[in-house]
Write a protein that binds this ligand. Structure first.
Ligand code: HEC
Ligand code: HEC
Length: 261
């Protein structure tokens, strides 16, 4: 009989141990074997990716956001995947838009950047929309001429933006499409690059009444050189300290330095 007692003791100790061990793996709140939510870098749905990463600035459906409308078939055909992919990956040549790919310090995988760019083209693009047109180049091909840009601005833009670019306030029936803010304001220009201005001048602002480089039919389409020169003229209004009330005496010190791009 004596021999059975240690055996019983062992059984109790072992079963307590097993019970305790099992209890531990069932602690409330401990994640199960499979993660219940998908890791952000595994999301492959265009709509989810676009909404989370792009819609705040480019608008929910690629329209009416504070930044360039991406739901613009003229822009999409003109830039194409070839130009958009490296820009979205690295934010290169832009102001006010950071890099998105992990390879450049962003949060998205290369696959996700591809899905977003392909998705915009598939959803909002019309691949043949520029066939037969003489669209200006994606990048400038001539040296920028600011004085010629002022003349081109007067021919192609002043009707809607005013002779000097400070905007037009219209009344009456035409008001809807002719009321514009200043596009020579240094604070506005500090947030947009010449790259971004070229995008707007060539591709226009669908939904806001601004035509693409072909204009509204009242003048000849803009040439490649005119686009380059108008962008240079607009850009010539940038100042070193935008928004400073006393530009003659800018504050000194590293905190107030501006980062040019
Ligand atoms: C038929 C009218 C019209 C013409 C022509 C026109 N625009 Fe515009 N433009 C608009 C409207 C409307 C807006 C949107 C309202 C605003 O931003 O003030 C706009 C906005 C802009 C903006 C600001 C876009 C933004 O939101 O960042 C720029 C820059 C601009 N236009 C440049 C030009 C230039 C340069 C030309 C000539 C090559 C031109 N526009 C010709 C109507 C026009
Ligand atoms: C914080 C605001 C912001 C977010 C978020 C943002 N963008 Fe932008 N994007 C901008 C601005 C501002 C510009 C124009 C910048 C300039 O002119 O320098 C721009 C320009 C672009 C351009 C034009 C590039 C060219 O051809 O010059 C593309 C394409 C673009 N964005 C795609 C995207 C995509 C895709 C996403 C989401 C993955 C995204 N953006 C998220 C603000 C943003």
């Amino acid at each position: 009989m004596k021999a059975k007692i240690p055996a019983l003791g062992t059984t109790i100790v072992v079963s307590m141990f097993l019970f305790a061990a099992q209890g531990c793996s069932r602690l409330p709140g401990k994640p199960g074997f499979r993660p219940e939510t998908m890791r952000p870098d595994q999301t492959v749905d265009f709509n989810v990716l676009y909404k989370a990463n792009c819609s705040a600035c480019h608008g929910d459906r690629g329209l009416n956001g504070p930044a360039l409308p991406l739901n613009n078939p003229v822009y999409l055909a003109w830039a194409g995947k070839e130009k958009m992919l490296p820009i979205v990956t690295s934010g290169e040549s832009l102001k006010s838009m950071h890099a998105f790919a992990q390879s450049s310090g962003g949060m998205l995988t290369d696959q996700q950047v591809n899905i977003i760019v392909d998705g915009m083209i598939a959803k909002w693009g019309k691949p043949a929309i520029l066939d037969g047109t003489s669209v200006p180049g994606y990048s400038a091909t001539t040296a920028p001429d600011i004085a010629a840009g002022k003349i081109a601005f007067q021919a192609h833009c002043a009707s809607c933006h005013g002779e000097d670019g400070t905007g037009v306030t219209a009344t009456g029936a035409a008001a809807k499409h002719t009321v514009t803010g200043s596009i020579v304001d240094p604070t506005y220009l500090s947030l947009i690059s010449n790259r971004g201005l070229r995008d707007l001048v060539v591709a226009g602002l669908p939904g806001e009444g601004m035509p693409d480089w072909r204009g509204d039919g009242s003048v000849k389409p803009m040439t490649d050189k005119e686009v380059t020169d108008v962008v240079a003229w607009l850009g010539s209004h940038r100042v070193q300290f935008p928004g400073q009330p006393f530009p003659s005496a800018p504050p000194t010190g590293a905190e107030n330095s501006t980062k040019g791009k």
